[in-house]
Write a protein that binds this ligand. Structure first.
Ligand SMILES: Nc1ncnc2c1ncn2[C@@H]1O[C@H](COP(=O)(O)OP(=O)(O)OP(=O)(O)O)[C@@H](O)[C@H]1O
Ligand SMILES: CC(=O)N[C@H]1[C@@H]2OC[C@@H](O2)[C@@H](O)[C@@H]1O[C@H](C)C(=O)O
Length: 376
């Protein structure tokens, strides 16, 4: 087990938007953020993305999973060895892997979650201890297995010197939000955080752009900004049973695929995109109803903060200021990668990574397996 001294760790995240791997270095003792280090990004090629996409919804042992895992491992080995070259002092690596399937409710079989990529392989290639499989034990113990970033959001709030409750929103493929009270003693203290997935965010927007135009995304939300929101469709979207559930709650990438397909089908392109942005923002606003107190501000990370239509919708719906996490001095493209560096150190120190207020697990849980390089 690591001592309580700060160490440099690397973290890597391959998110639900399937765009690529984010990696970042962090100096931490697993409680406090002491410094942010270099970052790196490695996009998936079209062919790699297609392999991963074909494996979405699959569980270990099913055909296609092994090939997807190899793509994930190769991309991570590349980006993490580049990052190690710029931060050789890193002693530990947090490796999330790629979620292929997530069913913590057990709606289609046993309750389970599946992240592709083997930590043993990366430990061997990179010559460092690798912490991975962060979600399984939480799900086995009755939790949602997601979101995992909330304890790091708490550390970010303290690092930024916030002194009243605030929200941290991640707009990735899926959205997740953390209400944080930075005055609490630590992230695991009662009342420190409340977190849950909010709903779909960029994934349906990207899927639409790919199908309609062969593009990766609606850059800056430009097309959505020229469209008109179908408010009646947003109301239909909000009738989805997910919004009736109390947190904790989490989502798989395509959980809203069918309903959103139905919503956009009759609309013109620009109106469809404007409506998808309005749905993502309305889902966040619904989430606010669960917060213990009104947050002083909502700080937004993830690629969706670059989508001005989405950010405008959020600003219009929420009573508090909505701003990118850059306003706190944080890097909104790397927050999740940094979170997995932070969580890796917590695992190595035997500290919990999730709890009743983040995943709904009955007690605090330290998720994650540690792979040690052979002979290391
Ligand atoms: N300039 C931009 N304009 C619009 N959308 C953007 C822009 N830049 C990135 N995005 C979108 O942001 C997403 C990537 O963000 P991010 O890396 O935060 O997601 P992720 O980590 O893959 O997903 P998740 O957090 O759900 O796991 C993609 O859907 C991408 O299309
Ligand atoms: C199962 C899974 O991989 N969920 C992702 C996804 O992407 C955003 C949201 O849904 C969040 O719950 C989670 O990722 C972040 C890193 C988390 O666990 O905090």
């Amino acid at each position: 087990m690591l001592k309580a001294e700060p160490v440099w760790a690397l973290g890597a995240m391959s998110g639900t938007s399937l765009d690529g791997v984010d990696a970042a270095a962090l100096l931490t003792d697993g409680v406090t953020i002491l410094d942010f280090g270099p970052t790196a990004y490695r996009p998936y090629s079209r062919a790699e993305r297609a392999v991963i996409e074909a494996a979405l919804g699959l569980w270990p042992g099913e055909e296609g999973v092994e090939t997807a895992a190899e793509v994930v491992e190769t991309a991570h080995a590349e980006v993490l060895s580049d990052l190690l070259a710029t931060c050789p002092e890193a002693v530990l690596i947090g490796f999330h892997g790629q979620t292929l399937a997530h069913d913590p409710q057990g709606t289609a079989g046993p309750r389970r979650t599946h992240q592709a990529g083997d930590g043993d392989v990366l430990a061997e290639v990179l010559g460092r201890d690798v912490v991975w499989d962060f979600r399984s034990s939480d799900v086995e113990l009755g939790g949602q297995g997601a979101p995992l970033v909330p304890f790091f959001h708490f550390a970010c709030a303290q690092w930024a010197g916030l002194d009243e409750p605030a929200g941290f929103l991640n707009l990735g493929g899926v959205g997740n939000v953390t209400w944080v009270d930075p005055r609490a003693a630590g992230p695991e203290a009662p009342g420190a955080v409340l977190a849950f997935d909010t709903g779909p965010a960029n994934a349906p927007i990207d899927d639409y752009m790919r199908a309609a135009f062969g593009l990766q995304n609606d850059a800056g939300g430009a097309l959505a900004l020229s469209g008109r929101v179908d408010q009646e469709a947003v109301t239909r979207f909000l009738a989805h049973p997910f919004f009736l559930r109390m947190p904790p709650k989490s989502l798989d990438r395509n959980d809203f695929h069918e309903i959103l397909q139905g919503i956009v089908a009759p609309l013109e392109d620009a109106d469809a995109l404007a409506t998808l942005c309005a749905c993502a923002a309305a889902a966040v606003a619904r989430g606010f109803e669960h917060f213990p107190t009104a947050p002083a501000a909502l700080f937004v990370a993830g690629g969706g903060r670059h989508n001005h239509a989405l950010m405008n919708e959020l600003g219009a719906l929420l009573a508090c200021p909505v701003t990118p996490v850059e306003d706190l001095g944080l890097d909104g493209d790397m927050l999740e990668a940094q979170a997995f560096a932070y969580l890796a150190v917590r695992v190595a120190r035997g500290l919990p990574t999730t709890g009743p207020s983040t995943t709904g697990v009955a007690a605090l849980v330290g998720g994650g397996r540690v792979s040690v390089p052979q002979g290391g």
